[in-house]
Design a protein around this ligand. Structure first.
Ligand code: ATP
Ligand code: ZN
Length: 301
């Protein structure tokens, strides 16, 4: 199915997102959220019946993110929560004394929290604490507001955005089969929504020179695929979903064992909720009444 991008979303499209004065941080309008709600309900209808639902807050354990390897691989993207500590006099001095220069920022101290960078990261330590994974494996539906320090003027690269994920934990075969099923299923969802898509091999934006090798390795081993949709242009479509095979990366780090006692494999299918919503508006325009009937029905609009 081929659709033309009728109405490329401009950064100034106040009907959808309104500026907060910070790049990549927007207030979302009622119309935007109507579509977000419809999309989330549609995703829920595609959930495995035995999936466990967990919703994570926008902050997570700093120690966990460090141990999970996120800090090593993406130190440039991580945001940490800092606060003013100490006695009342110290805090007052920090805030009042140098307020004019904004120097209070220098008095901030790291807390044990960071901003959640991806919805599935807080899941692995939680599952590890439950003991062995049952023979049939596990499947989760997780979501979180995510933060990545990648300020940009582009409407599809936000600093704070919503991610929903289906995560499978179990044997290598169970994890691989789940990702393959979703790679086969996603085109049907894009068709239902009237979106022209491409699925392509991809890599994560690993940091630095060593990161470039990791990215090459990831593509060579087909560990990541993305579903790309036109948001800013049809020529440069945007990654709106990703299909990630972690192999035993998280299983090893968190010591997650299968029923048979082997290291568990994990995979996740991620829905970039804000990007998917922007792709829908880019394809069908700003008047919801004019959207294709099948799309409106799928989103209960
Ligand atoms: P990209 O290659 O665009 O930086 P990524 O490979 O880092 O994305 P994932 O880690 O796979 O992305 O995240 C899952 C999904 O979350 C992506 O497919 C995308 O839809 C969404 N996402 C990631 N980064 C952003 C962002 N900065 N703004 C909006 N959505 C994002
Ligand atoms: Zn994930």
């Amino acid at each position: 199915m081929n659709y033309v991008v009728r109405d490329p979303i401009k950064p100034t499209s106040d009907a959808l997102l309104q500026s907060t004065g910070v790049d990549g941080v927007f207030a979302r309008t009622g119309m935007f959220e109507r579509v977000v709600d419809g999309l989330n309900a549609l995703i829920s209808r595609h959930r495995d019946t035995d999936a466990e639902v967990l919703r994570f807050p926008p902050v997570t354990s700093r120690a966990h993110i460090q141990r999970s390897g996120y800090l090593g691989s993406f130190p440039n993207l991580l945001g940490a929560v800092c606060c003013l500590g100490g006695a009342e006099a110290e805090i007052r001095a920090a805030v009042d004394g140098a307020k004019a220069q904004g120097a209070w920022v220098k008095s901030l101290e790291a807390t044990d929290l960071v901003l959640t960078p991806a919805a599935c990261y807080p899941l692995y330590p939680l599952v590890a604490g439950r003991g062995r994974v049952p023979a049939g494996g596990l499947v989760f539906d997780v979501a979180s507001d995510c933060f990545r320090h990648e300020p940009s003027r582009h409407i599809d690269r936000l600093q704070t955005f919503r991610m929903r994920e289906f995560v499978r934990i179990g044997s290598p075969e169970q994890a691989a089969a789940f990702r393959a099923e979703w790679l086969a299923r996603a085109p049907g969802i894009a068709d239902l929504l009237g979106l022209s898509y491409q699925i392509a091999p991809a890599s994560d934006p690993f940091f630095g020179r060593a990161g470039r090798l990791m990215a090459i390795n990831q593509v060579e081993q087909s560990l990541k695929f993305e579903l790309l949709l036109p948001v800013r242009s049809a020529q440069q479509p945007t990654a709106c979903m990703s299909f990630n095979d972690h192999r035993d990366h998280f299983g090893k780090i968190w010591d997650i064992a299968t029923a048979a006692g082997a290291t568990a494999h994990t995979c996740c299918v991620a829905f970039g909720i804000d990007r998917l919503t922007l792709a829908l508006f880019a394809a069908h325009g700003l008047d919801l009444r004019m959207w294709p009937t099948a799309t409106r029905e799928a989103l209960a609009l």
